[in-house]
Design a protein around this ligand. Structure first.
Ligand SMILES: Nc1nc2c(c(=O)[nH]1)N[C@H]1C(S)=C(S)[C@@H](COP(=O)(O)O)O[C@H]1N2
Ligand SMILES: [Mo]
Length: 222
């Protein structure tokens, strides 16, 4: 293949990894068949890790902060376009939360710093009819959330983890963090937040994964 063929982003992803994860969804792998109260810190079927695994489609964009932009558009009164300086000029927000990946690892006490989703919502002002959000990432990945879940007080557009800039492999310069759901909802390399009236399932949601992804209800697959 020559460079001129310009393979699409999704044509270069780890096909094997994607196939394996689709198979897990079909088989219902890891399901314990139990739900748990959120007061149980470790959701059913999860095991605690101390390191921080890296999971993605095999493309790790290396965007320098100076080249990064975030678009906020769709069903909003005030579309936004933030470059790095504008992003960093927003009120800063910190939150400590747990990670729960659908492949069964959980990691407690991650200290995120960035801009809160609530601040972004206050500026962008979604239209009353807007019910859904799609997160778009530089590697071609997408994932969807209901607007009220995006609006939760612990959702952060994170630029730092444990006091250090987010590394490229973990989604820097900016990733989303949505602690309430499995970690696939937390889009790395965030570049666009699209507000929608109708739902639009994302990369894993159209490949057998649950539309909502609540770990305590074991919403791994659809
Ligand atoms: N842009 C993008 N975001 C993504 C993914 C991805 O492939 N691309 N993978 C998701 C999945 S399945 C997980 S578990 C987490 C992994 O984040 P980490 O590599 O920082 O642990 O990122 C999520 N966000
Ligand atoms: Mo994941």
């Amino acid at each position: 293949m020559t460079d001129d063929d310009k393979p699409t982003v999704l044509g270069r992803i780890k096909d094997k990894l994607v196939g394996t994860k689709e198979k897990w969804a079909r088989e219902g792998r890891l399901l314990t068949g139990t739900a748990a109260a959120r007061s149980q810190r470790l959701p059913p079927g999860q095991r605690l890790v101390k390191d921080w695994p890296i999971l993605d489609l095999g493309l790790q964009p290396q965007t320098r902060p100076d080249d990064w932009q975030l678009a906020v558009d769709g069903a909003v009164r005030h579309p936004l376009r933030w470059d790095w300086a504008t992003f960093r000029a927003q009120p800063s927000f910190e939150d400590v939360s747990d990670i729960h990946c659908v492949t069964a690892w959980s990691r407690f006490d991650n200290r995120w710093a960035g801009v809160s989703a609530q601040h972004l919502l206050a500026l962008a002002q979604p239209l009353p009819a807007a019910r859904h959000v799609v997160l778009h990432a530089t590697d071609g990945y997408t994932t969807n959330l209901r607007i009220e879940h995006f609006a939760a007080p612990d959702v952060v557009l994170a630029h730092s983890w444990d006091g250090r800039p987010l590394t490229p492999e973990h989604g820097g310069p900016v990733r989303l963090v949505v602690p309430r759901f499995y970690f696939w909802k937390s889009a790395k390399w965030l570049e666009r937040i699209e507000f929608l009236i109708d739902d639009a399932p994302g990369f894993w949601e159209v490949r057998g994964y649950h539309n909502e992804g609540d770990p305590w209800r074991e919403q791994r697959y659809d």
